[in-house]
Design a protein around this ligand. Structure first.
Ligand code: FE2
Length: 345
């Protein structure tokens, strides 16, 4: 009989799938196993739940076809263990259905259920369906993992590009070197503390790292002028928000980076630039970046003035809580410095 099975199996293209038939009646498990092997699958047998688990510890099993009523460990207990420990589907078969409700069997997580006497053709059809679903799920999982990996690579590439852009701006404007990074760090910390979703937090950090990219269109001598700026010079500096937007607006980042940069000098009361937008018309990311930018700029040295210090910066935003700065963002920023030991690196 064994020889006959092997010959039949060799005639057909063998599948990788491994099926385990569990039944305390030897004649039933042998005949089911022979049919399954005839279909080209690998098949093992066990006389009860305990024996089945021994087989499963030795090699992976794709589908267990199990009886319910068996000595030592019944099919219900076996299924509970399989569903908790293995990535294996279960097809259950029994002749004593009155002892179990259909719901209790389904609740165990079985993939299919058959009443004895089991029709061979039907069993094979159901087995193939379960295996097909496993293949689809497996392919879906591989696809999702590949997609996740490509997204991760893409994000790394975007992060690298953004760092390069940041360095380009700072090369022309050495007095603000490090400003963008420190603003990005503070904006990121505020966004995390507020509890924004990870996606938004990432976007804020990226936008912060290049928020002054528009200064590339401002003459370098104005950026590094060691005395107070004239009104015309200041109006030229103010174009950097719109310029930054124009540079980035056609790049399809996974975050609204161009818009955050456009809005980072807007204020809650409409007193900001370039468009004089009020709070409800700007993104939360822009409001966070605005506060982080002001705090870092006041606290640090500028070409036209020495550093005014962190305490002064915090006082300015505290006085401007609600107008012109978002109150929640201000509160969170103050909390970070005063209670959570945040500091600029
Ligand atoms: Fe700016």
């Amino acid at each position: 009989m064994q020889e006959k099975q092997m010959n039949r199996q060799e005639q057909r293209s063998p599948h990788q799938d491994h099926i385990l038939v569990v039944d305390d009646e030897k004649s039933i498990r042998d005949i089911l196993c022979e049919v399954i092997q005839y279909e080209g699958y690998r098949c093992s047998v066990a006389g009860n739940g305990k024996e089945a688990l021994t087989v499963m510890e030795q090699e992976p099993v794709d589908v267990v076809i199990t009886d319910i009523m068996m000595p030592h460990m019944d099919g219900m207990e076996l299924t509970r263990i399989i569903r908790g420990k293995y990535d294996t589907d279960v097809i259950m078969m029994t002749g004593f259905v009155k002892n179990f409700t259909y719901e209790s069997i389904i609740d165990l997580g079985v993939s299919d259920f058959m009443q004895k006497p089991v029709g061979i053709k039907e069993l094979i059809i159901r087995l193939k369906r379960v295996l097909r679903e496993r293949t689809i799920l497996r392919e879906q999982k591989i696809f999702e993992e590949q997609l996740k990996a490509s997204m991760e690579n893409l994000r790394k590439a975007i992060g690298g590009t953004i760092q390069t852009l940041a360095l380009t701006v700072e090369t022309r404007d050495p007095y603000t070197a490090g400003h963008q990074k420190r603003v990005a760090d503070l904006a990121w910390a505020i966004a995390c503390e507020i509890g924004l979703p990870a996606e938004q937090v990432d976007g804020i950090r990226m936008a912060g790292a290049i928020h002054d990219i528009g200064k590339i269109s401002v003459p370098a001598e104005i950026l590094s002028k060691p005395t107070k700026l004239t009104e015309i010079e200041f109006s030229l500096i103010k174009t950097h928000a719109q310029s930054g937007y124009d540079i980035l607006k056609d790049i399809e980042f996974p975050w609204p980076i161009a818009r955050i940069i456009l809005e980072h000098h807007e204020r809650m009361d409409g007193s900001g630039y370039p468009n004089g937008l009020i709070g409800k018309d700007t993104l939360i990311e822009s409001k966070i970046l605005a506060v982080a930018d002001v705090v870092e700029a006041i606290a640090s040295h500028r070409p036209y003035r020495p550093a005014l210090g962190l305490d002064h910066a915090l006082e300015i935003i505290s006085n401007g809580s609600g107008t012109p700065y978002d109150a929640n963002v201000v509160d969170t920023c103050l909390k970070l410095f005063r209670e959570k030991d945040f500091y600029f690196i």
